[in-house]
Write a protein that binds this ligand. Sequence first.
Ligand code: NAD
Length: 313
Amino acid sequence: MTFLRKLPAPNRSCLSPRLSLKVWNTPAPHHLRTITTTRDPEGQTRNRVAIVTGAARGIGRAIAHRLAKDGYNITVSDLPSLQYQLNSLVSELTSAGDGKTKVHAQPADVTSPSDVASLINSSASVLGSLDTMVANAGIAQVKPLLDLTPADFSRMFDVNVAGVQNCFQAAAKQMITQKIPEASEIRGKLIAAASIVAFKPFALLGHYSASKWAVRGLCQVYAMELARHKITVNAYAPGIVDTKMWELIDEGLAEREGKEKGEMIRKYSDQLIALGRTSVPEDVARLVSFLGSEDADYITGQTYIVDGGIIFT
Ligand SMILES: NC(=O)c1ccc[n+]([C@@H]2O[C@H](COP(=O)([O-])OP(=O)(O)OC[C@H]3O[C@@H](n4cnc5c(N)ncnc54)[C@H](O)[C@@H]3O)[C@@H](O)[C@H]2O)c1
C-alpha cells in the first residue's frame, strides 16, 4: 500500500488530446474498435496504455508493434543489458503508423519486485494510466530433469512464474486505482506468456514445462480474484516460434541428438505442426491483440493456444 500512495499523479501534459474514435451506430473496422479511449478527471481523452515485458526481441517485440498499431500508447521493457535493442524499438514504434504513438522505455528485471514497481510507476507517470499488462518475459533451458541443479530449477521459476506474479500484482494494484474507462465494463487486462507445454510437457524441457503450467494456474486464480475489480486475466500459449528462444532449444536438442543447427526446429515443425510451417512472432501478437481488445471483454481465466495445430483442446 505504501507503494500505491507513492504513485505520482498522471502527467497530464503528455495525454493525448485526441477524441474518441468510436462510432456507435456503425461497426468500426477491427483496428479502430480496439482503441478504447477514456476521460481523465479533467475531461481530456487518452488512448489506452499497455506495458510489454521482454519486448526487446522475439514475441515481445512483435506484440509491442501490434499493440501500437492497435492504438495503444506503450511502455516497453526488458533486461537493462538490452537497452540498445529497446531504444531501437522505441524509434521504430514512434515513427510507425501516424507517428502519434507515445512510447516509453523502462528496463526492468521481472524477477525484481522493485524493478517491476518502478516499471509500473514510471509508465503510469509518463503515459497516464495502465490498461493492459503483457507479462511476456521468459527463459527456457534444455536439460534432463535428472541433471537439473537447484539453481537451474529456481532460476526458471523466478523468471517465468515469479516474473508474472510480480508484473500482475503491481499492474493490478495500479489498475485498481483507476476508474473503469467510459463505455467499458472492464477496468484492465492482464495477459501472460504460457506455452503449449502448459498443456503437454516436452521432454528435456521439464522445468520450463512445469513453469508454464504454473503460469496457466496462476492466471486462473488471478481471474477468480480480480473479476470483482473488473480485470480480466488470460494467457497465450505459442507453439514453435522462430525466435532466439527456439534457437537455444534447437541447439540444446541438436547437441543431444548429434544433429546440425536448425535441424531440430525443422524436424519438429514438419512432424508436429498441422498447418505445416514454423510460427512467427506475429502469429502470437495477433492473439494478444485480440485478448487486449474489447472483443475479448467476456473472456477471463483462459489460456489460448496459438500453435498452427500441434495441441488440440
Ligand atoms: N519461442 C517460442 O517458441 C515460444 C513458445 C511458447 C512460449 N514462448 C514464450 O513467449 C515468451 C517470449 O519468448 P520469445 O520466444 O520471444 O523468447 P526470446 O528469448 O526471444 O525473448 C524473451 C525476452 O525476455 C527477456 N527476459 C528474459 N529474462 C528476463 C527477465 N528476468 N526480466 C526481463 N526480461 C527478461 C529477454 O531478454 C528477451 O528479450 C516467453 O515467455 C516464452 O517462454 C515462446
